[in-house]
Design a protein around this ligand. Structure first.
Ligand code: AMP
Ligand code: GLY
Length: 429
């Protein structure tokens, strides 16, 4: 098969790494990719939202399967675009329709979807600028803390957890009247604060059947002990000890099944991944959010635990034959430590040469924001630069393997968290 993968992060390097392990992979192209994908596949200088360019490339290279990594092209309707053109209409794509992508693209849409389908989630109301006074009155009646969410995509920054009523009221005004998050906060979801432990659940679906992939926990804040600014993700571990069989059964019955059934019943085409952010509140799952793609860096911990052919899984999603795919999951642990440019998630300097070990033990180096400079040296090009996954029979050995590799990598001002997985180690000791 000739495959086109869209994206350029650690998630896409992990996808590429797994796809090229399949005997059925003839040519893998990644648009635009990074220095890691360039080492195992062919990078193509095409933007992920250049739909006409992507369509021409698919026809030129006789692509059999398109895999969409990030949410932006999905929310902008790449699947509908390709399916509405007769030349590309029949090419299988891994990624939901524009309508399905609204589960991530609009918090209000996803909350209404959950309500209609009886999927457990926090109580909420949605307000627009014209409804500001109703929104302020609603806030008066809620318990604290209270959660304010920009309706649209806001690069992971659109969620505010407000500890006081004053803070909540002024934030609501800033979001609705001053467009604090631009167009994304022209509607705001006000939501009950959930307590508990967070978990990321990943589901592959072809719109009819589904497979539940290994779960993961991610580490969102920049600082040790979950302090400081939010990032795209500083680390991940899989499996997650508190996601035991009894809890995962509840997740499947109360969340996964009604979600896939709901999409089908409502006529929303969905062939792709669903990433369900959950809160485990006293043993009961509550959906915090849906994403319509895999997580990053969770993918770098989840994919190394899949022992069956990943290209078969992707093709099953895209062609609607997922039910016939046998998903196999390995019992080992995978833990990912993200190395970032110093200063990230605020401003940082790019272009420092990165020194990597020539060989690593029980670990995999995934690239995210890397590129090659004019002297063919590997340099940091983005905020999140590398994702190092350690493997092992238990959590502590997987972490030790990840950090042993991290310690052999350096560039000017590189930063990472040294406490990934420590909270879980404490929980099980
Ligand atoms: P989101 O962008 O929806 O993933 O939200 C970002 C983070 O805010 C989540 O990962 C949670 O840690 C937190 N969060 C979102 N909604 C809630 C909620 N209703 N209760 C508690 N924490 C929340
Ligand atoms: N790591 C969280 C995300 O991919 O959204």
């Amino acid at each position: 098969m000739n495959i086109l993968l869209l994206g350029s992060g650690g998630r896409e390097h992990a996808f590429a790494w797994k796809i090229v392990q399949s005997d059925d992979c003839e040519n893998l192209y990644v648009a635009p990719g990074n220095a890691g994908t360039a080492s195992i596949a062919t990078n193509i200088p095409l933007g992920i939202t250049d739909f006409p360019g992507i369509k021409s490339f698919i026809l030129e290279k006789d692509i059999h399967l398109v895999v969409v990594g990030p949410e932006e092209p999905l929310v902008k309707g790449i699947v509908d675009y390709l399916q509405n053109h007769p030349e590309t209409a029949l090419i299988p794509i891994v990624g939901p329709s524009e309508m399905g992508a609204r589960l991530e693209g609009s918090k209000d849409f996803s909350k209404r979807f959950m309500q209609r389908n009886n999927i457990p989630t926090a109580a909420y109301e949605t307000f627009t600028a014209a409804e500001l006074s109703e929104g302020l009155a609603y806030l008066e009646k809620q318990k604290l803390p209270i959660v304010l969410k920009a309706d649209g995509l806001a690069a992971g920054k659109g969620v505010l957890i407000c500890l006081s009523l004053e803070e909540a009221k002024s934030s609501l005004k800033e979001m609705l009247l001053d467009q604090k998050f631009g167009e994304a906060s022209s509607k705001v979801v006000i939501e009950e604060f959930l307590t508990g432990i967070e978990l990321s659940v990943f589901v592959a679906t072809d719109g009819k059947s589904y497979k539940i992939l290994p779960e993961a926990k991610d580490y969102k804040r920049i600082g040790e002990g979950d302090t400081g600014l939010n990032t795209g993700g500083m680390g991940a571990v899989s499996p997650v000890v508190f996601a035991d069989a009894a809890f995962m059964k509840k997740v499947e019955e109360k969340v996964v099944k009604p979600t896939v059934d709901g999409l089908r019943k409502e006529g929303i085409p969905y062939k792709g991944f669903l990433f369900i952010g959950l809160m485990n509140t006293a043993g009961e799952p509550h959906v915090i959010e849906y994403n319509v793609r895999m997580g990053d860096p969770e993918t770098e911990a989840v994919l190394p635990r899949i022992s069956s052919d990943f290209l078969h899984l992707l093709n099953g999603i895209g062609t609607g034959n997922l039910a016939s795919h046998e998903l196999e999951i390995a019992s080992h642990y995978a833990t990912t430590v993200v190395m970032v440019s110093g200063g990230y998630p605020e401003s940082y300097e790019k272009g420092f040469a990165i020194s990597l070990p020539s060989e690593v033990t029980d670990s995999v180096i995934f690239h995210a924001g890397t590129s090659k400079n004019e002297r063919d040296e590997l340099v940091n090009q983005g905020g999140r630069v590398l994702a190092i996954t350690g493997l092992g029979p238990d959590l502590s050995s997987a972490l030790a393997n990840a950090y042993a590799t991290v310690n052999q990598i350096s560039w000017n001002k590189a930063n990472y968290r040294s406490d990934i997985g420590k909270d879980i180690l404490k929980l099980i000791s």
